[in-house]
Design a protein. Structure first.
Length: 362
């Protein structure tokens, strides 16, 4: 699994259309609020041509791409954190995701209703983010209360956790996102068990069309995103949904006409990896070639654990071949002759594109 991404936004902004685009699925799409009653789940393989290139050299029998799981929840409305619309049950669906794709309507269309009767990206984003903040506030307050009841003055770990949660609570009281609080990595790790929504990296998906108004709305959204270091990905959701059904030649022609450089999935995957600071390493053999997403800066021991706990428990060493060397020399024998074959220990830092072979003993 690569990462899990929650798709959120107001009703009728194009969330289910985006989900269909990404998964080529058949989620219900309609012009009324709360069309999505149950969360839609879709697992999408992440194409990486490096994987295919390695597999071609080895004549591998099986290729296993990394993947993203998309969770499309019902449209959130003002008061969702208190149960309005379909309420807290859907906010909880995105707590287990690693990233959030916040779909924002950036187009005017008389035939598609807006739940608040006005297309206004700034107001729309504020409504959703406020609900995330209120939900986190309630969760933080409960967690803090629980810890304070258990508090033992001699327990420094609990005391430290209380201090961090109090800092979070004070920030949330000001109706501010926790991602702007400036928690260091250790502090984030301590509160990670709560899965705060406003700490999750976010990409704003601007659902646009060819009309001039979309450019104005897109500019507004980019200003909003810059305040919390989020990114904006413009997508012609309906048009791209039609594109993926076309023959490749017709698809290329349409993409040129509308100046679409990449389809939505590629942009979201690339942005998701960047947001989560992920890289990819490979395991390769005649039976199977597989891509493994991992946090940038991970050690070979952590990479081994990603594959299987036995690999890390009985870790002996890892043999590393760089992707470019693998493609250039095409043979392990030749790679060794050229001095490009490396044997590393537990503390080796995995790099993007490493082809790794782990030796272990259980």
């Amino acid at each position: 699994m690569g990462f899990k991404c929650g798709i959120i936004g107001l009703p009728n902004v194009g969330k289910s259309t985006l989900f269909n685009l990404l998964t080529k699925g058949h989620s219900a799409v309609a012009n009324f609020p709360f069309c999505t009653i149950q969360p839609n789940l879709g697992i999408v393989s992440v194409f990486d041509e490096r994987l295919d290139n390695i597999a071609n050299i080895l004549s591998a029998k099986k290729i296993v791409h990394a993947s993203i799981e998309f969770v499309d929840i019902a449209g959130l409305v003002q008061g969702a954190s208190k149960g309005e619309g379909l309420g807290n049950q859907f906010l909880s669906n995105i707590r287990q995701t690693q990233a959030i794709a916040h779909v924002v309507r950036c187009f005017k269309e008389d035939n598609i209703t807006h739940i608040y009767n006005e297309v206004n990206p700034e107001k729309d984003v504020d409504i959703i983010n406020t609900e995330l903040i209120l939900s986190d506030f309630e969760l933080c307050e409960k967690a803090l209360s629980t810890l304070q009841k258990k508090c033992n003055l001699n327990d420094k770990n609990i005391e430290n956790k209380i201090n961090i949660l109090q800092k979070c609570l004070n920030h949330l009281k000001k109706c501010l996102m926790l991602k702007n609080l400036g928690l260091n990595l250790d502090e984030q790790k301590i509160v990670s068990y709560l899965n705060f929504l406003t700490l999750k990296p976010t990409m704003y998906i601007a659902n646009i069309n060819e009309k001039t108004a979309s450019r104005v709305f897109l500019t507004q959204l980019k200003k909003i995103a810059s305040k919390d270091n989020s990114i904006v990905i413009p997508i012609f959701a309906n048009l791209e949904l039609d594109l993926i059904k076309m023959h490749i030649r017709e698809q290329i022609s349409f993409m040129k006409a509308f100046n679409i450089k990449n389809l939505g999935l590629k942009s979201i995957v690339t942005s998701g990896y960047k947001l989560l600071n992920l890289i990819t390493f490979f395991t390769a053999g005649v039976k199977e070639v597989r891509a493994w997403p991992i946090l940038n800066g991970s050690t070979s021991l952590e990479a081994a654990r990603k594959i299987h706990t036995d690999f890390s428990k009985g870790f002996i060493r890892v043999n590393i071949i760089k992707y470019n060397d693998f493609i250039k020399y095409k043979s392990e024998v030749k790679i060794k002759e050229m001095g490009k074959f490396k044997t590393e220990g537990k503390n080796y830092i995995i790099e993007d594109g490493d082809v790794a072979h782990f030796l272990f003993n259980v």
